[in-house]
Design a protein around this ligand. Structure first.
Ligand SMILES: *Cc1c(COP(=O)(O)O)cnc(C)c1O
Length: 428
């Protein structure tokens, strides 16, 4: 007997009507997933696929973790949602209390929204309105890195790299100063350019993915340089906005990537790992100094922004449960184990002819392949690599010619070894 999800009609319906993200309508049929358990995605006919990228970097504790599932189920029986203007609830308050403990002491206000992109929009709007409220309306410029990815809404697209993803919208994107990405030899030039921009009195904020650009191909850069830039920005009063949407919650080996820095940002965007991969939610956190400029009865100085599902209690319950698991010693040991294993694996493939670079940062492993086309998302290797590993029941979704792993923290040594072996075989 067919279960409902094995119904071939469902595949046809999907092919005909569903529009998938980052997917051409010409692409072949997606794989139906019925269940998931730990690191495995399971199809209706029982095929198990290892999720080596935590389903777009969101899943921290493996799929259907009983502890988080239980917390969400219990929450659903008492309060599923309530308007967050004029009302509040325990799961949100508890979550803020806990994040407050984990973030730099200067962080004082927590604004909830729905996903990484909106958390970035909120941070950009906060920075711009901060200067508006202070009466410095000439401060309208945003500084970002070349190759940045901050999301797919208009503000987030504006701050990101201009490429095929946003080409049709180019005329609608606001101007952003893009700094050359650090290559080890250009730090002095970057500092010079940055200093002259922030000294102009026209810059509202500097937005960055701390230590590693995810979507650009897991490109890493030194904490010292970023620390230096934040210090310079602060000398000129410029706000610094850390986009920790990807790097948060131990992805880089520490709770937050900014924990590697001496100088702390004024705004932090959190999303992806926040709910352990259960429900969409994000939080934009800002410093008390920034929030102070909004602490005013003047209607023109209020932050008029919000979303229907702001601080959804189910998502907050998932986030609280995920944090419980995250601060447990067992989880920290796993995170350290993953980094150790990545570091042991990297030298074994570094010398391969096809390999240009291998990078490890915390639980992130990236293998950049040599290619005549140059490194880019649209590199032709992408589909080939994806298909190769899916055929071997491993979900690796390369960023162009960059193969990477960001596994759920529950992955076992054996499962890691298995993926490494398959990558090594492929590289041979
Ligand atoms: C994924 C990502 C975003 C966008 O988040 P969505 O939830 O996909 O909107 C923003 N910034 C960074 C650094 C990301 O990795």
């Amino acid at each position: 007997m067919l279960t409902s999800s094995e119904n071939p009609e469902h595949k046809q319906t999907d092919a005909k009507y569903v529009w998938h993200p980052f997917t051409s309508l010409k692409e072949t049929a997606p794989i139906m997933i019925e269940k998931a358990q730990g690191v495995n995605l399971i199809t209706p006919d029982g095929r198990e696929i290892i999720d080596a990228i935590s389903s777009w970097w969101v899943n921290l504790h493996g799929h259907c973790h009983p502890y988080i599932s239980q917390a969400v189920a219990e929450q659903a029986l008492s309060l599923e949602h309530v308007i967050f203007a004029g009302f509040t609830h325990q799961p949100a308050v508890k979550l803020v209390e806990r994040l407050k403990e984990l973030l730099p002491a200067s962080m004082e206000r927590f604004f909830f929204s729905d996903d990484g992109s909106t958390s970035v929009e909120v941070g950009l709007k906060m920075a711009i309105q901060y200067w508006y409220n202070k009466g410095e309306k000439q401060r309208r410029k945003i500084i970002a890195w070349d190759g940045a990815y901050h999301g797919d809404t208009f503000g987030a697209m504006s701050t990101g790299e201009r490429n095929a993803f946003n080409e049709p919208f180019k005329p609608f994107l606001f101007d952003v100063v893009h700094l050359p990405f650090p290559d080890g030899n250009n730090h002095d030039d970057i500092i010079k350019m940055f200093t002259s921009e922030v000294a102009s009195g026209e810059v509202a904020s500097f937005i960055f993915e701390p230590l590693v650009q995810g979507a650009a191909g897991m490109r890493t850069y030194p904490a010292e340089l970023l620390d230096n830039l934040i210090e310079i920005a602060h000398k000129h009063g410029v706000l610094c906005h850390a986009d920790e949407v990807f790097t948060g919650f131990y992805r880089t080996g520490k709770m937050f990537a900014i924990d590697y820095l001496q100088h702390k940002p004024d705004i932090i965007s959190l999303s992806k790992g926040l709910t352990g991969g259960y429900l969409p939610m994000s939080i934009t956190v800002c410093s008390g100094c920034l929030a102070q400029e909004f602490n005013n009865k003047d209607k023109f100085k209020t932050f008029w922004h919000g979303h229907s599902y702001t601080a959804n209690p189910l998502a907050c319950a998932a986030a609280n449960a995920s944090l419980d698991l995250l601060i447990d010693e067992g989880c920290i040991d796993q995170i350290k184990m993953i980094e150790r294993k990545h570091r042991a694996f990297a030298p074994t493939i570094k010398h391969f002819k096809k390999v240009k670079d291998v990078r490890v940062l915390g639980t992130i492993l990236a293998v950049e392949l040599k290619t005549e086309e140059g490194t880019s998302y649209f590199n032709n290797l992408r589909e080939h690599i994806y298909d190769h590993f899916i055929a071997r029941n491993i979900l690796l979704r390369p960023l162009g010619n960059v193969i990477y792993m960001v596994p759920p923290y529950v992955i076992s040594k054996e499962q890691l070894e298995h993926i490494y072996n398959e990558i090594r075989e492929y590289l041979k």
